[in-house]
Design a protein around this ligand. Structure first.
Ligand code: FAD
Length: 297
């Protein structure tokens, strides 16, 4: 079956943020912003969205920048491609779990085009970079007709393909605070193949030493592709904080991760398979993280 052709639309390429916001405000629901376009054009082609105006954000000054500071952490502009982020020495040194997950997005050519911000704004429950950005406690900088605001990434997603962005609002950048000293983590995912398929299930783990925790550690764990949005595994995080860390405790935490899933059956995997994979990936991710943290299990 040949793919349907793209319907007609007007292509707009603003040079300034003010111009972009103005265009999106002026054309409202008839417009759509895009960065890499690797999701957006599929949505248009498949007639899941019907914008008359596609607003390309790639020429906006400053949007292509990665900036960092030992106190404030990292800021990634809206049009920074995944490959630019992956190749950035500061990002790979300090946020290795994000880089690990970004490397799972499609193939190399796609990552030359696709952006981190696009992956987050697409709000797919299987977006690979969402879990790592959540465990690194990212914040989203937003600009729109009413001015600027910032939200925690955990409050950004409202459902599959849905975010808290209002009419005419765009994401300017994502910021990640400095990770806790000595933090270690892992991104474990499974897809139908090793080259660019979306995750059937994935888990992100980030752990670090915390003297005040009864276990001596704190863990953040997110589950991908097993609920309408990427979710935190709260109960698993809790027992790993409260109980001494042993192999049995990691196994119990992995079981709690599987219990937290609300997966669906679809063409890429059954709900039961997804739940089983989450338990397996969680144990793998926790064991790796504990090994790197040198936890005596
Ligand atoms: C062949 C193929 C393989 C893929 N494999 C994977 C994979 O393995 N894992 C994975 O997670 N994804 C995958 N994807 C999906 C996609 O490539 C990623 O989600 C990518 O990161 C999207 O980035 P983008 O810059 O292209 O987004 P775009 O397509 O430009 O935008 C995505 C959505 O976000 C909105 N948007 C973009 N920028 C902004 C902004 N600044 N403010 C407000 N809204 C905005 C757009 O309107 C659109 O709805 C794949 C896609 C293809 C075509």
């Amino acid at each position: 079956m040949p793919h349907p052709r793209l319907p007609a639309f007007s292509y707009l390429r603003p040079k300034t943020l003010k111009e972009a916001v103005g265009l999106l405000h002026k054309y409202g629901d008839q417009s759509r912003p895009f960065t890499g376009g690797t999701d957006c054009f599929n949505l248009v082609r498949d007639k899941r969205i019907h914008p008359k105006y596609l607003v390309d954000l790639k020429s906006i000054e400053g949007f292509r920048e990665i900036s960092y500071d030992q106190k404030k952490g990292l800021t990634i502009g809206a049009t920074v491609t995944l490959n630019a982020m992956i190749d950035h020495a500061y990002v790979s040194k300090n946020y290795p779990v994000l880089v690990e997950a970004a490397n799972e997005v499609g193939g190399y050519q796609l990552r030359n085009r696709a952006t981190l911000v696009g992956n987050l704004c697409n709000a797919s429950p299987c977006g690979d970079t969402i879990g790592p950005c959540l465990v690194y406690q990212a914040r989203v900088q937003i600009i729109g007709p009413e001015g600027k605001r910032a939200v925690d990434l955990k409050d950004f997603f409202e459902g599959p393909g849905m975010t808290c962005l209002g009419k005419g609002e765009i994401v300017e950048s994502i910021s990640l605070p400095m990770p806790h000293p000595g933090a270690e983590g892992a991104y474990e995912s499974i897809g139908r193949n090793k080259v660019g398929d979306l995750a059937i299930a994935a888990i992100t783990v980030l752990g670090y030493e915390k003297k005040e925790s009864p276990s001596g550690y704190d863990f953040l764990i997110t589950l991908t592709a097993v609920a309408p949005t990427v979710i935190f595994a709260d109960k698993a995080q809790d027992i790993l904080r409260k109980q001494p860390l042993t192999q049995e405790m990691l196994e119990e935490a992995a079981r709690l991760c599987a219990e937290a899933c609300k997966p669906i059956d679809d063409i890429r995997g059954s709900a039961q398979y997804r739940r089983d994979m989450i338990q397996l990936l969680a144990l793998r991710g926790l064991e790796k993280t504990c090994k790197h943290l040198k936890v005596p299990l």
